[in-house]
Write a protein that binds this ligand. Sequence first.
Ligand code: FAD
Length: 435
Amino acid sequence: MPTGVKEIGCELAIIGAGIAGLSAALFAAHRGIETVLVGETGEILFASGLMDLLAVHPLEEGKTWDDPWAALTALRRDIPEHPFARTPTADVAAAFDALLAFLKNQGLPYRRRPDRNVEVPVAMGAVKRTYCTPETVWNGVRALEEKQPCLIVDFDQLRGFSARQIASTLEPRWPGLRTARLPFPGGTFSQQYAEQLAMALEAPRNRASLACDIRACLGTARSVGLPAVLGLYRTEMIFEDLQKRIGVPLFEIPILPPSVAGLRLQDAFHRGLAAKGVRLLPHHRVRGIRYEHNGHFILDITALDGEHTLNADAVALASGRFLGGGLRGDRNGVRETLLDLPVYQPKERAAWHRQDFLDPRGHPVNAAGLIIDDQFRPLGHDGQPVHERLFAAGSVLAHQNWMRSKCGVGLSVATAYAAVNAYQPIDGTRGEPGR
Ligand SMILES: Cc1cc2nc3c(=O)[nH]c(=O)nc-3n(C[C@H](O)[C@H](O)[C@H](O)COP(=O)(O)OP(=O)(O)OC[C@H]3O[C@@H](n4cnc5c(N)ncnc54)[C@H](O)[C@@H]3O)c2cc1C
């Protein structure tokens, strides 16, 4: 937060710094909209760094799809209220293209097969179906497909990531994986956080030492899988450098949260958005939103350095679901936390959850959220938009269960794109004194 700022103005205020809010800020910057992004850190720090588009539909059948675009067509046909049903395929594709080009420019390239989902080995030896992976993960997609002779490495100091567990879980599908547990170079503690390991690899001497240890146990391995800790801020360089030193393709395996991959995404967004002129207010919480008589919004914001007021022509709510804090559940139901907007939800609390916690259909409460129109504007109790220029995007939207459908990032990015495109500037209000 720029110190001393008590009152600021903008065209579009985005609330929420998860993948939906960050993407909305990017798309707004591309449209030349003067934007302020207010948000506390979101689920992005827990995320694997993988970007799903759509892998499972219908949930009742647990049907998985190789072609995410065909899955989208089926979903739009079957669930016309789903937010994806309001986002044409061309817009979803344009949103992904813009996002991936932006991340590449920030030194965080992603890889995909444009028309196919791929399978990726992840922590614990599970295999996840997704749409895009960080470039540093991609060699694992190929290694799994080809069942290459491969070495999986873990580190003494990193908890929650076991090469042996991964190899034994994958054994039926990918036999013959070899494993090695190595001391992490330069480490003085018995246990370290993933971020500390990632930072340590910024030092060339640590990379040289790690490469030497890995080469010593390489054997016939044609590729090497490592926990996703290969650098935090200069991942592309660190990954290439290690790969060159070791002499075979490397791949990162997403680890359990909190994730270095999420931190990389957040860092890339913050740098890139600031360079595009987006004003970022990270670690700021919006306490309330008021409507002015002239139709503008006033946001009351709390930060470590005090209270702030933000005047905005339009607001995009990207405040997430229960984890993000956009929705809250209590004994009486599920509520939207900022404006108490109507929330689609099961009629009774007893219907929130199914009997079986792991029911593949998901729990009804996880389809709770804001009901919107085609312009991505939340609807009031009268079925009309609550405000002409109040929009919503991401997991706060109703009629979707991103976790079960495997569409988390895709849904957030596509709806952010649609919500920002629905915004029409108010003529004659820009450039007014004090704004
Ligand atoms: C453990 C985990 C693993 C995941 N793995 C994947 C994966 O492999 N592939 C995939 O595609 N997706 C994955 N996701 C999902 C993805 O990361 C996002 O969570 C999802 O897309 C929702 O994003 P969002 O921006 O809508 O919400 P959130 O990420 O919840 O962000 C909401 C933001 O709003 C902020 N906020 C809320 N209220 C206020 C307020 N009043 N003032 C200021 N800020 C506020 C929150 O602090 C937060 O920053 C994963 C998520 C989790 C939790």
